[in-house]
Design a protein around this ligand. Structure first.
Ligand SMILES: Nc1ncnc2c1ncn2[C@@H]1O[C@H](COP(=O)(O)OP(=O)(O)O)[C@@H](O)[C@H]1O
Ligand SMILES: [Mg+2]
Length: 395
């Protein structure tokens, strides 16, 4: 589904939708200062004296590894230029290029677009690469993104050769540095011969983002891509909350983009939590009909009460839900159960993964439980529950 505004049609929401695209590399990666600093520290000798380096970036999906390696390489090339050093970089996605030959082809064709895609051995391609680098007196930073895919396919030799690229030249110039990016610890996947050229200390880890960090990432992207005051604060909170289950910034940005597109389709120039829920349902919906079907009438009534009191808000308190439950039960000819039983129902619904809860303390020292519905728009769920409850009444 791609319904970004047509050229020439002025969007009321998106200032610059390209800033949400997959290829966009932000100027600054918030909350990744430590990782960036370590990369600079490792590559300082390249700037100062032209020596090569290896580094590993390790972390789960959406923790900013690819974006950070691109940002770093762009800035490194700039810094090298200021020192009159010729440095260039290539990022190879090893999920797309998962053999030694296809990776080498990508490297060689960076310099020679017409390089034939078959008929040359790995040794010949490595030697072509060397010639190109020597001719230009260039230092190349090679980023092997998703390197674990390559290693699983048995292409460890390539990493070995690239890591020793300059060794056979006596007293020569260092011409290749290597950055391996992976979800798993690739060091454990390397054979002892290649491992000997790598240093464990050069590993940089990327932890999953916390809710607060995701919120900052979303906020920083909103500033680039949206007109001001278009995205409601509670919508941002909900996006951060939802994506914090995985600590995944990609998911957060996808939610942001889809929420914007949904609001635009409706012709509304404000993004509310309801758009976020719909965006999540489009992206990934944990709510299945069978899950709701497994609930009995009382639990369905509680869930219906939640959707009714939520409406387009991100959160409601359990107090509001309990009041709505009393009214809803009566409407369907049921006796509302007492407080303790109500809490047990809420607990069951939460355990089913149908709602999220969070507890916060207030200034007076009391504790309030907030309910949110991350997976499905309240409207959709409400209609579904009303149908189910009506048909069970008819029996
Ligand atoms: N700290 C951050 N600040 C801003 N945007 C970020 C940050 N971390 C990740 N992103 C964005 O989130 C998305 C996923 O990041 P990516 O680098 O592809 O993750 P990974 O390679 O670890 O799977 C990209 O669009 C990226 O620009
Ligand atoms: Mg990546």
């Amino acid at each position: 589904m791609r319904t970004l505004p047509q050229p020439g049609v002025q969007s009321k929401i998106f200032k610059d939708a390209s800033k949400l695209s997959f290829d966009f590399v932000p100027e600054k990666l918030v909350h990744r200062e430590r990782q960036l600093e370590k990369l600079w520290m490792l590559f300082r000798p390249l700037l100062d004296s032209g020596t090569s380096q290896t580094a590993f970036l390790i972390g789960s999906v959406g923790t900013g590894k690819t974006a950070l390696s691109k940002r770093f390489c762009l800035d490194l090339v700039q810094a090298a230029q200021e020192r009159k050093r010729a440095v260039d970089f290539i990022v190879v996605n090893c999920r797309q290029r998962n053999t030694e030959t296809s990776v080498l082809l990508r490297l060689v064709s960076h310099f020679d677009e017409g390089y034939p895609d078959r008929g040359f051995s790995s040794a010949e391609m490595l030697s072509s690469l060397r010639k190109h680098l020597d001719k230009r007196r260039l230092h190349m930073v090679i980023v092997l993104d998703e390197a674990d895919v390559l290693l699983k396919k048995g292409a460890g030799d390539l990493i070995y050769h690239l890591s020793r690229f300059d060794e056979e030249k006596v007293g020569g110039r260092a011409s290749v540095s290597l950055i391996l990016v992976s979800q798993k610890n690739v060091l454990d996947m390397l054979d002892p011969a290649s491992l000997s050229t790598f240093r464990r200390a050069n590993a940089i880890t990327f932890d999953k983002y916390t809710t607060e960090e995701l919120k900052d990432i979303i906020d920083s992207r909103i500033q680039l891509a949206f007109f001001s005051n278009v995205v409601r604060g509670d919508a941002v909170d909900l996006m951060a909350d939802i994506s914090s289950d995985w600590g995944d910034a990609r998911f957060a940005i996808e939610l942001l983009e889809k929420s914007g597109m949904l609001a635009e389709e409706e012709g509304i120039d404000a993004i509310s939590p309801e758009h976020v829920r719909a965006a999540k349902a489009l992206t990934y919906s944990v709510v299945t009909e069978s899950r709701i079907e497994s609930l009995d009438v009382q639990r369905r009534l509680v869930l219906l009460a939640i959707t009714r009191s939520l409406k387009d808000q991100a959160y409601v308190t359990t107090g509001e839900v309990e009041r709505s439950y009393a009214v809803t039960a009566e409407e369907y000819g049921q006796r509302a159960r007492g407080h303790t039983q109500f809490w047990a129902y809420m607990q069951d619904i939460s355990n089913e993964g149908l709602i999220d809860t969070k507890v916060s303390s207030d200034v007076a020292g009391g504790r309030t439980t907030y309910i949110s519905l991350p997976d499905i728009p309240t409207k959709v769920l409400r209609q579904k529950l009303e149908e189910m409850l009506k048909s069970s009444q008819a029996i």
